[in-house]
Design a binder for this molecule. Structure first.
Ligand code: ATP
Length: 790
């Protein structure tokens, strides 16, 4: 459980050099922070000395104050005078929640210090014109000095992509004849730019917006980049226009392993559990039952999975479930059956993901944050809540599956064990290839230890010991495997060994799974959930969607050498989602589907609990039955044909496009940096710094002259090569005709050998000649013209 006492850190704030203003010292003291955290101690002085900073420090180490304090101090010290439409500082963060959180801390500091600056939060969240128009009028009225926001909306405001409350595409002609909206604020006097979670911002997704924002910022500014996983983005930093930055890296030492370095807080214990994927839900419930009334965050890779498990857990754990088929009595019975699998009492269950409307996202974040310690509360979410969020008193972070982006792992775990408090994290891994993830993280200085598998006895109590009825899966399933293998043998000959490889892989996975004794209570829980799905269409459909989206997201893992779809025990995954039937998808081709026992139900008969929607559904179904059958042209069988194809193709095209943009921009910024280094004249450098277009023009001119030079030298080379080749060809032709005349009777073989010998003699002669002229010839007789070069 989290410590209730705020731990003390390094030196007091008053020891900082250069010293903070008295108002700021009072403010931090009012916040209850007597001493600085290590990252604050290292970063604030460097920023106050007008240095650019790149800061990497573990999650929860106090980075927010490390950039907000110097930001305000710098504006204050420089006595920056800003007109109504000018801004002095910008803080960019990747998510709306994080921006809002930073904004709240900033507002608090402004209030406590009474500095004469105003801040404004610029986040998206509604596509309605009224909201956008509201925001524009607020901006106009308020005339803020500091903007905090997400890249897209900041781009709208800074680069003028908003006009009359409507978002314009770049270059779009408006009704009033203008090409783009005018920027609402001017960044010409900007002093400070901060990018929080900079590595995420520098990822491809924000590329276009950031490039546009950078183009309107003055080059003479202070820039700070902050993240817990900064080192992974160092390659892209050149784009951000940092000047001679100070790199602050706060190292954490592991007391348990003789002080070895780690990238996660020392007070955070991370465990992993290697278990068959169909047991995750039972394990999570047992963990919560054993842990008691704590605050848990459970991460999933997809929004659909969050939605599905949110509905399930609400039915299981919340005091007042929504509508249940069969009325109150049925509700009580269902509750009793579910409670056999969880005896941890009632819990409040929340969900948060990127497809929720912003108001709901915000409400969930606030209500979960407000839950005091000592109450059982569970937040199910995606990575939208993985970075930066400072939710108080989170005790346990559970990861249903590892994140698609490996960087997110540390960020997810970092929602607990913040500011020196203790916390725990658990990640589930499937047996086999996924176990490599342990070493993969260890290399990234994220150490993990194995967790115990939890069992439940017949009374429902959680134990560490398997009950007596736990039997090995091998015996049960070996018969099935044998029959499948025989069928494979027959086909093996004509498919180039693919079947054999598949069989081997399957055998290996099965072998891994068979190590685990059966967990009958986990199976019974899943069967119970299948029962729920059979009576509630919402759960049934969401389960299917969650499974399909899981499989899709699995194939998008960045660490694809670990997360190989072909090695995923996909049938167990489907069982873990308590599916009634396996959906038809290409990923299931060639898998041992016979291990999945379909639920005996016609899925058309599963009702929606909402009577209006159900009536509508039945009407539609009836109409479809009466309608004449549509003649579907038979498509050629193709393994990749599926309803997931269109989306995948679109995603691939998008990725390709982003890659192209990234490559082009990277080349452009490297070129720009190189040109700046090459030019010594300070006047030209200054002019280039002020006008990015000038730099671009110079690069394109230089490129053109380089191209011209390259063309001239290429044509020179070509003509000299032609001369050399012609000379050699002539000599060889002469030699061969002489040979043919004199030795017309020799065999073909002899002829070629003789010719080679002659050529070799010629080569030596030419080489000697060239040596005399100071040139070197290489000649490979008769094989490749390319090697005949001078
Ligand atoms: N000097 C301090 N003393 C005690 N607590 C502090 C101090 N500075 C910040 N904190 C607290 O530490 C917690 C974490 O701070 P913050 O959110 O800035 O961490 P972070 O490093 O940005 O984490 P993340 O990488 O997850 O974004 C906050 O609750 C904050 O109030």
């Amino acid at each position: 459980m989290a410590d209730s006492v705020v731990p003390t850190f390094g030196r007091p704030w008053s020891a900082l050099q250069p010293a903070l203003s008295p108002a700021m010292l009072d403010a931090v003291s009012s916040l209850g922070f007597e001493n600085m955290t290590p990252v604050q101690e290292a970063t604030i002085p460097a920023s106050l000395q007008n240095r650019d900073v790149v800061v990497e420090a573990a999650t929860g180490s106090g980075k927010t104050l490390s950039f907000l304090i110097p930001l305000l101090e710098l504006l204050h010290r420089k006595r920056t005078r800003l007109s109504h439409t000018e801004i002095g500082a910008i803080v960019i963060s990747p998510t709306r929640e994080l921006s809002r959180q930073i904004f709240t801390v900033l507002q608090e500091l402004l209030k406590l210090t009474a500095l004469p600056y105003t801040a404004h939060l610029v986040v998206g969240g509604s596509s309605s014109a009224t909201n956008t128009a509201d925001e524009m009028s607020v901006l106009k009225e308020l005339g803020p000095d500091i903007l905090v926001g997400t890249p897209g909306r900041l781009e709208d405001v800074l680069c003028g992509r908003l006009r009359n409350g409507k978002r314009l595409k770049s270059g779009m002609i408006t009704a009033s004849g203008g090409v783009r909206g005018r920027p609402r604020v001017s960044a010409a006097k900007l002093e400070v730019l901060v990018m929080d979670e900079a590595d995420r911002l520098l990822d491809m997704g924000f590329e276009a917006s950031l490039t546009a924002i950078f183009s309107v910022l003055p080059k003479q500014r202070r820039t700070g980049l902050f993240s817990a996983t900064m080192s992974e983005a160092l390659g892209q930093l050149v784009r951000t226009g940092l000047r001679n930055p100070v790199r602050v890296q706060v190292q954490v030492h592991d007391r348990s392993t003789a002080g070895s370095e780690r990238r996660v807080p020392a007070s955070l214990a991370i465990r992993y559990l290697v278990s068959p994927p169909d047991r995750k839900l039972a394990q999570i419930l047992r963990l919560i039952q054993m842990g008691g009334p704590l605050k848990y965050i459970v991460y999933f890779s997809t929004c659909a999975a969050v939605d599905y498990f949110y509905r399930l857990l609400r039915r299981m754990l919340c005091p007042l479930p929504a509508i249940v088929p069969g009325g109150k009595r049925a509700m009580r019975e269902e509750r009793d059956r579910l409670r056999e699998h969880f005896q941890g009492g009632s819990a409040s269950v929340h969900s948060l993901h990127g497809q929720m409307v912003q108001s709901k996202r915000q409400a969930t974040y606030e209500s979960f944050s407000a839950i005091p310690p000592g109450e059982l509360a569970i937040l199910l979410c995606t990575d939208v809540a993985s970075r930066g969020l400072d939710i108080p008193d989170v005790d346990y972070v559970i990861q249903w599956d590892p994140p698609t982006d490996p960087k997110s792992f540390a960020h997810r775990c970092g929602r607990t064990a913040r500011a020196g408090r203790s916390g725990q994290a658990l990640v589930f891994l499937s047996p086999g290839a996924e176990e490599t993830y342990i070493d993969f993280l260890a290399l990234r200085k994220i150490p993990m230890v194995p967790a115990d598998y939890l069992w439940q006895d017949s009374e429902g109590a959680v134990t560490m010991e398997p009950p007596a009825d736990a039997i090995s899966l091998v015996e049960e399933e070996s018969d099935l495997e044998e029959s499948e293998d025989e069928a494979d043998d027959a086909e093996e000959a004509d498919d180039g060994g693919e079947k054999k490889r598949r069989r081997k892989r399957r055998a290996r996975n099965q072998d891994q799974l068979s190590k685990y004794p059966a967990d009958t209570r986990s199976d019974a829980l899943l069967e119970l959930i299948r029962g729920l799905a059979a009576t509630d269409r919402d759960i049934y459909e969401r389960g299917k969607l969650a499974f399909v989206s899981f499989v899709q997201s699995y194939s998008k893992h960045e660490a694809s050498f670990i997360f190989r779809l072909k090695e995923l025990p996909i049938i167990e995954v489907a069982k873990g989602f308590a599916l009634l039937h396996l959906p038809s998808m290409p990923e299931l081709c060639g898998r041992p589907v016979s291990r999945f026992i379909p639920y005996a139900i016609d899925t058309d008969t599963i009702p929606l609990l909402d009577s209006k929607r159900e009536t509508h559904r039945l009407e539609k179904l009836e109409k479809a039955k009466l309608a004449p059958p549509v003649k579907v042209e038979k498509r050629e069988k193709n393994n990749t044909d599926s309803w997931t194809d269109a989306k995948e193709a679109k995603d691939r095209a998008r990725e390709r496009k982003l890659k192209r943009i990234r490559r082009r921009d990277a080349v452009a910024s490297v070129e720009e940096a190189r040109l700046m280094q090459e030019i010594e004249d300070p006047k030209i450098r200054e002019a280039m710094a002020k006008d990015p277009l000038l730099a671009k023009r110079m690069i394109s001119r230089r490129d053109k002259s380089l191209r011209d030079m390259a063309e001239i030298s290429a044509s020179k080379n070509q003509s000299s090569r032609q001369t050399a080749t012609r000379t050699l060809d002539d000599i060889i032709a002469d030699a061969q005709s002489t040979k043919r005349k004199s030795e017309s009777s020799s065999s073909e073989d002899e002829d070629s050998w003789e010719a080679l010998a002659r050529k070799e003699a010629i080569r030596k002669k030419l080489a000697a000649k060239a040596k005399g002229k100071g040139k070197k010839f290489t000649f490979n007789p008769g094989f490749s013209d390319e090697e005949n070069s001078s």
